[in-house]
Design a protein around this ligand. Structure first.
Ligand code: ATP
Length: 666
């Protein structure tokens, strides 16, 4: 994806986040630290609400999911088993001029003419090569080249004359070159170090002056230690279309991609040696696999069941960007949902229901991995809709076969259409990943079984009983399929053929006895990306009358009441009228045990409403003289309930307030 272009909406959002205390740059007083963000008072509440809603939906509201909270630093063996030590790398490219690094797949494609230089020549050496100098200069038609070697031409005037003629330069050109030479190199240093070979290329966009390319090349070669005036002539020029090989900021050709491991390394204990290396976890999921057996043995769960975890993850991203979207420290909400292999489902239920036959999304014993995967995609989309992200802002992206990890059977990414997302040909925002839902087969537990030497399989009574009743043909068919699946896993992970066959055979025999390694469906979401999506989705500017009825632009954060950082603002009409204040404090205390209340008595009531609109507070309760019964007993102990989105107001009895608000925020 491209580097973010200037995006006026994002600029407004980032500025509101800072101004209102949603998100600040980490360590800002020291100039900040790239890829790290802090959540201010409103952001912290928003984040807490989101995590709590996820936790409630995924664990407490279900019988089949339990929670876990594991450490951030774990045995480094875990990351060997998971493949992160060997393969958790992004391909990285570097600009040889500025040393800035980019993720190779995220460089914005560029088109234009690329000038490839193979070497640079210092001026006094160029003197010896005056013929070539002029010939190449003439060929390329670049006067800049001749500027650099101009003094040499003067030094060898007789020979130069014919060369100049050959080059086709007019007198006017020559005058111009002389003039430019004097201005460009007033303190010409004629030390010679000769010819310096090293490739360097610069892309010039159409309409751009080639002079900038020569300037970059000169900077580059001087950085390598060349002195004085350089003679530069491109060895070739190439037309380039949509190439990711050039730095979008200066056109310089980037280095060849090389892998860069994203894990943060540290040392455990006082000795900084290779034996003590540990990693900050790059995902929360692996702890779930590592503790799978403990959870199974210590809680009353049976496959299918899940283990959920929320926690920090760390990735040394090459190019953090798009505000908090790609950070180096972030939080994840992950579920590992363990299911029976399809062969076990078929043995028990007689068949595995296909996705096209799914008549309900209530889990059934006939569900294999495909149905469970579909189920979790739907559940997760429902979750997002339930916290205020309309279906139209989300995209369900099914990864193509070539995009899948080798062990994954299917992965759906749920994307949100961020303002900084790229647009398709119809001009619609394409979206960026909020969550990935992967069907990961039995890869993870199998890896930990192999690396730790501890069994990760489960024993399933139901399967054992069902297997005994199968006819021989069915047994043979299911055994064969299971054997083949296990063999594929083992050989893909490098187990030598004979050993793999032996192990796969044992696994298939185990299945007949009711044993298997559970498969897993993994919905893995990022908290920070979701917070950013909620903020982007909530941001509105509209027109509302001020206190005098004059229309003004207001900024309003239309958070769903479930996630809103403050649920209700309690506002006494005047702060210097003790009966109003007393009543308002009583309302605050009535609501406070049940929701986040903000008490505000400062300034005009209209200003106070606007402040709450910007904070995204869905309701405001105003205590006025009617509340005190000054207009008559029928209004006594009623308050104004004001709705954020349309500014409408209702008169509500204080005694009705709590149930009414609770219903709206749950
Ligand atoms: P991406 O392709 O965007 O780097 P990923 O596919 O590597 O993401 P996963 O490893 O599947 O991401 O992580 C699961 C979730 O964790 C992502 O969907 C995202 O919400 C979140 N996440 C991953 N990396 C980051 C990051 N650098 N900053 C913020 N959130 C992240």
């Amino acid at each position: 994806m491209a580097e973010p272009k200037e995006n006026p909406l994002m600029e407004k959002i980032v500025s509101l986040c800072k101004r209102r205390g949603f998100i600040y740059q980490s360590s800002e007083i020291y100039g900040g630290i790239n890829g790290f963000w802090d959540y201010g008072p409103l952001g912290a509440e928003l984040k807490r609400n989101v995590k709590e809603l996820w936790w409630n939906t995924m664990t407490r509201q279900r019988d089949d999911v339990v929670g876990l909270e594991a450490t951030i630093i774990m045995s480094p063996e875990i990351w060997k088993a998971s493949g992160h030590v060997d393969t958790f790398a992004d391909m990285m490219v570097e600009c040889p001029l500025t040393n800035k690094r980019f993720r190779a797949d995220q460089v914005e494609p560029q088109s234009g003419t690329a000038l490839f230089f193979e070497s640079a020549l210092e001026v006094s050496a160029a003197l010896k090569n005056i013929k070539e100098t002029l010939a190449i200069a003439a060929e390329s038609g670049r006067q800049e080249n001749i500027v650099a070697s101009w003094p040499n031409i003067h030094a060898d005037e007789a020979k130069a004359k014919s060369l100049i003629e050959k080059s086709g330069l007019s007198n006017h050109d020559i005058e111009e070159i002389e003039d430019r030479y004097r201005r460009t190199y007033p303190e010409h240093d004629s030390r010679s170090r000769g010819n310096f070979s090293r490739s360097f290329a610069v892309l010039i966009k159409s309409g751009e002056n080639s002079g900038s390319a020569y300037k970059r090349a000169e900077e580059f070669y001087k950085k390598q230690g060349l002195l004085g005036v350089l003679f530069l002539a491109p060895a070739r020029t190439v037309e380039v279309i949509n190439s990711r090989e050039f730095n979008p900021e200066n056109g310089v050709k980037l280095t060849e991609p090389r892998p860069f491991n994203l894990m943060f390394k540290t040392y455990v204990g006082p000795v900084e040696s290779e034996d003590n290396v540990a990693y900050l976890r790059p995902e929360t999921a692996q702890a779930i696999f590592a503790q799978f057996k403990n959870v199974l043995d210590s809680s009353r769960v049976k496959v299918p069941f899940g283990i959920a975890q929320i926690g920090k993850a760390f990735r040394n991203e090459v190019t953090p960007r798009n505000f908090t979207f790609r950070s180096r420290e972030f939080e994840q909400m992950e579920l590992e949902f363990f299911i029976k292999p399809d062969e076990a489902v078929e043995a028990i239920s007689g068949s595995v229901v296909s996705v096209s036959q799914l008549s309900t999304l209530n889990p059934q014993p006939t569900w294999g991995w495909e149905a469970w995967h579909k189920y979790w995609v739907e559940e997760r989309i429902k979750f997002y809709e339930g916290i205020g992200l309309p279906r139209t802002t989300l995209v369900e992206y099914w990864q193509k076969p070539e995009e899948l990890a080798h062990y994954a059977r299917a992965t759906v990414d749920i994307l949100f259409r961020f303002p900084f997302s790229k647009r398709d040909e119809k001009g619609e925002l394409m979206g960026e990943e909020l969550e990935g839902i992967a069907a990961r087969s039995d890869f993870d537990l199998s890896q930990h079984e192999r690396f730790s030497g501890k069994p990760m399989g489960v024993f399933d009574d139901e399967l054992r009983a069902a297997w005994a009743k199968l006819d021989e043909a069915k047994k043979a068919e299911l055994s064969k399929r299971y054997f083949e699946a296990r063999l594929k896993y083992l050989t893909k992970t490098g187990v030598e053929q004979a050993k793999a066959e032996k192990e796969a055979k044992e696994d298939a025999e185990g299945l007949a006895k009711g044993q298997y390694i559970p498969h897993v469906i993994e919905p893995s979401a990022g908290v920070d990306r979701l917070i950013l999506a909620l903020i982007c989705n909530a941001y509105y500017e509209d027109q509302m009358p001020d206190e005098k009825g004059k229309m003004e632009t207001r900024v309003v954060m239309k958070f769903h009441p479930r996630v809103a950082p403050i649920k209700v603002g309690v506002l006494p009409l005047l702060k210097n009228k003790p009966p109003l204040v007393e009543k308002a404090l009583a309302v605050r205390d009535l609501l406070r045990p049940h929701m986040n209340v903000f008490y505000d008595d400062a300034g005009a009531i209209g200003r106070r409403y606007r402040r709450q609109d910007e904070a995204g507070t869905p309701f405001c309760v105003t205590i006025d003289f009617d509340t005190l019964g000054e207009k008559g007993p029928e209004l006594q102990d009623t308050v104004t309930l004001r709705y954020r989105d349309d500014g409408k107001q209702d008169r509500v009895k204080i005694s009705d307030l709590l149930p009414l608000l609770l219903e709206k925020i749950r």
